[in-house]
Write a protein that binds this ligand. Structure first.
Ligand SMILES: Nc1nc2c(ncn2[C@@H]2O[C@H](COP(=O)(O)OP(=O)(O)O)[C@@H](O)[C@H]2O)c(=O)[nH]1
Ligand SMILES: [Mg+2]
Length: 242
Protein backbone atom coordinates (compact mmCIF):
# COMPACT_ATOMS: atom_id res chain seq x y z
CA UNK A 1 0.00 0.00 0.00
CA UNK A 2 1.29 3.45 -0.89
CA UNK A 3 2.31 5.50 2.13
CA UNK A 4 -0.10 8.26 3.08
CA UNK A 5 1.05 11.69 2.08
CA UNK A 6 0.45 14.97 3.80
CA UNK A 7 0.79 18.16 1.88
CA UNK A 8 0.69 21.74 3.02
CA UNK A 9 -0.74 24.46 0.86
CA UNK A 10 0.58 27.93 1.77
CA UNK A 11 -1.98 30.50 0.70
CA UNK A 12 -0.64 33.66 2.26
CA UNK A 13 1.51 34.72 -0.69
CA UNK A 14 -1.37 34.11 -3.15
CA UNK A 15 -3.82 35.96 -0.96
CA UNK A 16 -1.52 38.95 -0.63
CA UNK A 17 -0.76 38.95 -4.37
CA UNK A 18 -4.49 38.92 -5.20
CA UNK A 19 -5.05 41.70 -2.70
CA UNK A 20 -2.25 43.74 -4.25
CA UNK A 21 -3.94 43.42 -7.66
CA UNK A 22 -7.26 44.57 -6.23
CA UNK A 23 -5.49 47.45 -4.44
CA UNK A 24 -4.08 48.53 -7.81
CA UNK A 25 -7.63 48.54 -9.19
CA UNK A 26 -8.78 50.77 -6.32
CA UNK A 27 -5.93 53.22 -6.98
CA UNK A 28 -6.73 53.27 -10.67
CA UNK A 29 -10.43 53.86 -9.93
CA UNK A 30 -9.62 56.80 -7.66
CA UNK A 31 -6.81 58.23 -9.80
CA UNK A 32 -8.82 61.34 -10.74
CA UNK A 33 -10.99 61.16 -7.64
CA UNK A 34 -10.79 61.84 -3.93
CA UNK A 35 -7.73 61.36 -1.75
CA UNK A 36 -8.18 58.08 0.11
CA UNK A 37 -6.47 57.82 3.51
CA UNK A 38 -6.24 54.58 5.48
CA UNK A 39 -6.19 55.27 9.24
CA UNK A 40 -4.66 52.47 11.30
CA UNK A 41 -4.00 52.06 15.03
CA UNK A 42 -4.80 49.99 18.11
CA UNK A 43 -8.33 50.10 19.53
CA UNK A 44 -8.67 53.23 21.65
CA UNK A 45 -5.67 55.05 20.17
CA UNK A 46 -7.90 57.98 19.24
CA UNK A 47 -8.78 57.33 15.57
CA UNK A 48 -12.42 58.39 15.77
CA UNK A 49 -11.64 61.37 18.00
CA UNK A 50 -8.99 62.64 15.56
CA UNK A 51 -11.35 62.08 12.62
CA UNK A 52 -14.05 64.14 14.35
CA UNK A 53 -11.59 67.01 14.93
CA UNK A 54 -10.43 66.72 11.31
CA UNK A 55 -13.98 66.68 9.91
CA UNK A 56 -14.97 69.74 11.92
CA UNK A 57 -11.89 71.61 10.69
CA UNK A 58 -12.22 70.67 7.02
CA UNK A 59 -15.94 70.16 6.35
CA UNK A 60 -16.39 73.65 4.87
CA UNK A 61 -13.40 73.17 2.57
CA UNK A 62 -13.78 69.58 1.36
CA UNK A 63 -16.58 67.08 0.79
CA UNK A 64 -15.68 64.38 3.28
CA UNK A 65 -16.46 60.70 3.57
CA UNK A 66 -15.57 58.09 6.19
CA UNK A 67 -15.68 54.31 5.96
CA UNK A 68 -15.81 52.79 9.42
CA UNK A 69 -14.59 49.21 9.52
CA UNK A 70 -15.59 47.26 12.62
CA UNK A 71 -16.38 43.72 13.55
CA UNK A 72 -19.78 44.90 14.81
CA UNK A 73 -21.75 47.98 15.81
CA UNK A 74 -22.11 51.39 14.21
CA UNK A 75 -21.10 53.74 17.01
CA UNK A 76 -18.14 55.32 15.19
CA UNK A 77 -20.09 55.77 11.94
CA UNK A 78 -22.78 57.65 13.87
CA UNK A 79 -20.12 59.82 15.52
CA UNK A 80 -18.38 60.84 12.29
CA UNK A 81 -21.73 61.39 10.53
CA UNK A 82 -22.78 63.74 13.34
CA UNK A 83 -19.50 65.64 12.85
CA UNK A 84 -20.41 66.33 9.22
CA UNK A 85 -18.99 63.55 7.04
CA UNK A 86 -20.82 61.13 4.80
CA UNK A 87 -20.40 57.86 6.67
CA UNK A 88 -20.57 54.19 5.89
CA UNK A 89 -20.39 51.45 8.50
CA UNK A 90 -18.71 48.37 7.09
CA UNK A 91 -18.73 45.10 8.99
CA UNK A 92 -15.76 42.90 8.25
CA UNK A 93 -17.53 39.69 9.26
CA UNK A 94 -14.99 38.98 11.98
CA UNK A 95 -11.95 39.71 9.84
CA UNK A 96 -9.19 41.61 11.70
CA UNK A 97 -8.34 43.88 8.77
CA UNK A 98 -9.82 45.60 5.72
CA UNK A 99 -8.63 44.20 2.41
CA UNK A 100 -8.73 45.95 -0.95
CA UNK A 101 -11.93 44.19 -2.08
CA UNK A 102 -13.73 45.31 1.08
CA UNK A 103 -12.37 48.82 0.47
CA UNK A 104 -13.62 48.81 -3.14
CA UNK A 105 -17.09 47.64 -2.13
CA UNK A 106 -17.23 50.20 0.68
CA UNK A 107 -16.13 53.04 -1.60
CA UNK A 108 -18.97 52.16 -3.99
CA UNK A 109 -21.50 51.90 -1.15
CA UNK A 110 -20.33 55.22 0.30
CA UNK A 111 -20.47 56.92 -3.12
CA UNK A 112 -16.94 58.24 -3.72
CA UNK A 113 -17.45 60.18 -6.95
CA UNK A 114 -18.59 63.49 -5.46
CA UNK A 115 -16.19 63.50 -2.50
CA UNK A 116 -12.78 65.18 -2.10
CA UNK A 117 -11.32 63.27 0.82
CA UNK A 118 -12.21 59.84 2.18
CA UNK A 119 -10.91 58.21 5.34
CA UNK A 120 -11.02 54.53 6.14
CA UNK A 121 -10.96 53.92 9.90
CA UNK A 122 -9.46 50.46 9.74
CA UNK A 123 -9.98 47.68 12.28
CA UNK A 124 -8.08 48.39 15.49
CA UNK A 125 -4.82 46.48 15.74
CA UNK A 126 -1.19 46.98 14.76
CA UNK A 127 -0.70 43.67 12.92
CA UNK A 128 -3.17 42.53 10.24
CA UNK A 129 -4.17 45.89 8.73
CA UNK A 130 -0.49 46.55 7.92
CA UNK A 131 -0.35 43.39 5.80
CA UNK A 132 -3.27 44.25 3.54
CA UNK A 133 -2.92 47.13 1.10
CA UNK A 134 -6.37 48.74 0.89
CA UNK A 135 -5.64 50.75 -2.25
CA UNK A 136 -5.45 53.94 -0.20
CA UNK A 137 -3.24 56.79 -1.42
CA UNK A 138 -1.76 57.21 2.03
CA UNK A 139 -1.51 55.36 5.31
CA UNK A 140 -1.89 57.36 8.52
CA UNK A 141 -0.80 55.39 11.60
CA UNK A 142 -1.70 56.55 15.10
CA UNK A 143 0.16 55.50 18.23
CA UNK A 144 -1.13 56.90 21.52
CA UNK A 145 1.21 57.87 24.36
CA UNK A 146 -0.19 55.28 26.82
CA UNK A 147 0.73 52.47 24.40
CA UNK A 148 4.47 53.12 24.81
CA UNK A 149 7.31 54.25 22.57
CA UNK A 150 8.61 50.71 21.91
CA UNK A 151 5.88 49.67 19.48
CA UNK A 152 7.96 50.02 16.28
CA UNK A 153 10.21 47.30 17.74
CA UNK A 154 7.23 44.95 18.14
CA UNK A 155 5.08 45.80 15.12
CA UNK A 156 7.63 46.92 12.52
CA UNK A 157 5.47 46.43 9.42
CA UNK A 158 2.85 48.93 10.62
CA UNK A 159 5.52 51.62 10.95
CA UNK A 160 7.09 50.63 7.64
CA UNK A 161 3.89 51.11 5.62
CA UNK A 162 3.02 54.42 7.33
CA UNK A 163 3.20 57.70 5.43
CA UNK A 164 2.56 59.72 8.57
CA UNK A 165 2.80 58.73 12.24
CA UNK A 166 0.50 60.64 14.55
CA UNK A 167 1.50 60.41 18.20
CA UNK A 168 -1.90 60.83 19.80
CA UNK A 169 -2.85 61.83 23.37
CA UNK A 170 0.38 63.82 23.73
CA UNK A 171 -1.42 65.75 26.50
CA UNK A 172 -0.98 62.57 28.58
CA UNK A 173 2.83 62.54 28.18
CA UNK A 174 3.51 63.80 31.76
CA UNK A 175 1.70 60.74 33.13
CA UNK A 176 3.70 58.20 31.13
CA UNK A 177 7.32 57.32 30.58
CA UNK A 178 7.12 58.13 26.87
CA UNK A 179 9.99 59.37 24.72
CA UNK A 180 8.70 60.86 21.45
CA UNK A 181 12.22 61.24 20.06
CA UNK A 182 13.01 57.56 20.75
CA UNK A 183 9.74 56.58 19.05
CA UNK A 184 10.57 58.74 16.01
CA UNK A 185 14.06 57.23 15.77
CA UNK A 186 12.73 53.68 15.99
CA UNK A 187 10.07 54.36 13.36
CA UNK A 188 12.50 56.16 11.03
CA UNK A 189 14.99 53.31 11.29
CA UNK A 190 12.28 51.30 9.49
CA UNK A 191 10.93 54.10 7.36
CA UNK A 192 13.36 56.98 6.73
CA UNK A 193 11.68 60.31 6.12
CA UNK A 194 8.48 59.32 7.93
CA UNK A 195 6.52 62.38 9.09
CA UNK A 196 5.97 62.20 12.86
CA UNK A 197 3.36 64.57 14.29
CA UNK A 198 2.46 64.63 18.02
CA UNK A 199 -1.21 65.59 18.42
CA UNK A 200 -3.74 66.04 21.18
CA UNK A 201 -7.46 66.14 20.62
CA UNK A 202 -7.77 67.64 24.13
CA UNK A 203 -5.39 70.61 23.88
CA UNK A 204 -5.41 70.90 20.08
CA UNK A 205 -1.62 70.59 19.94
CA UNK A 206 -0.35 69.42 16.56
CA UNK A 207 -3.73 69.55 14.84
CA UNK A 208 -2.66 72.37 12.52
CA UNK A 209 0.41 70.41 11.47
CA UNK A 210 -1.77 67.35 10.74
CA UNK A 211 -4.32 69.42 8.80
CA UNK A 212 -1.53 71.10 6.80
CA UNK A 213 -0.07 67.68 5.95
CA UNK A 214 -3.50 66.46 4.86
CA UNK A 215 -4.37 69.53 2.77
CA UNK A 216 -0.96 69.33 1.04
CA UNK A 217 -1.74 65.69 0.20
CA UNK A 218 -5.16 66.58 -1.28
CA UNK A 219 -3.50 69.30 -3.37
CA UNK A 220 -0.69 66.98 -4.51
CA UNK A 221 -3.19 64.35 -5.64
CA UNK A 222 -5.16 66.93 -7.63
CA UNK A 223 -1.96 68.16 -9.26
CA UNK A 224 -1.05 64.59 -10.05
CA UNK A 225 -4.45 64.01 -11.72
CA UNK A 226 -4.24 67.23 -13.74
CA UNK A 227 -0.56 67.11 -14.77
CA UNK A 228 1.07 63.83 -13.84
CA UNK A 229 4.53 64.74 -15.20
CA UNK A 230 4.75 68.00 -13.24
CA UNK A 231 3.39 66.37 -10.11
CA UNK A 232 6.01 63.65 -10.38
CA UNK A 233 8.77 66.24 -10.41
CA UNK A 234 7.24 67.87 -7.30
CA UNK A 235 6.86 64.59 -5.41
CA UNK A 236 4.16 62.21 -6.45
CA UNK A 237 1.32 61.43 -4.10
CA UNK A 238 0.26 57.89 -3.47
CA UNK A 239 1.93 54.65 -2.66
CA UNK A 240 2.39 51.35 -4.35
CA UNK A 241 1.68 50.08 -0.87
CA UNK A 242 2.95 47.32 1.23
N1 LIG B 1 -6.32 62.47 26.81
C1 LIG B 1 -6.70 62.23 25.57
N2 LIG B 1 -7.66 61.33 25.33
C2 LIG B 1 -8.01 61.10 24.04
C3 LIG B 1 -7.42 61.77 22.96
N3 LIG B 1 -7.96 61.31 21.80
C4 LIG B 1 -8.85 60.38 22.16
N4 LIG B 1 -8.92 60.25 23.52
C5 LIG B 1 -9.77 59.33 24.27
O1 LIG B 1 -9.37 57.99 24.00
C6 LIG B 1 -10.52 57.13 23.99
C7 LIG B 1 -10.58 56.35 22.70
O2 LIG B 1 -10.73 57.25 21.61
P1 LIG B 1 -11.34 56.81 20.22
O3 LIG B 1 -11.25 58.01 19.33
O4 LIG B 1 -12.68 56.18 20.38
O5 LIG B 1 -10.28 55.70 19.76
P2 LIG B 1 -10.36 54.64 18.54
O6 LIG B 1 -10.83 53.35 19.12
O7 LIG B 1 -8.95 54.56 18.05
O8 LIG B 1 -11.29 55.20 17.51
C8 LIG B 1 -11.72 58.04 24.19
O9 LIG B 1 -12.09 58.00 25.56
C9 LIG B 1 -11.20 59.42 23.82
O10 LIG B 1 -11.89 60.46 24.48
C10 LIG B 1 -6.42 62.75 23.24
O11 LIG B 1 -5.83 63.39 22.36
N5 LIG B 1 -6.09 62.93 24.56
MG1 LIG C 1 -12.95 54.30 16.58
Amino acid sequence: MAPETLETLELKATLLAENKEEARNVREMLADGPLFVNVMASPGAGKTTLLVRTIRALRDRFRLGVIEADADGDVDARTVAAAGARALQMHTGGSCHTDALMAAQSLEALGWRDLDLIFLENIGNLVCPAEFDTGADLNAVLLSVPEGDDKPLKYPLMFTVADVLLVTKCDAAPLFDFDTEALAQRARALNPGLAVIPVSAVTGEGLDAWLDWLCAAVKAKRLNAEAPAEAASEGRIGREGH
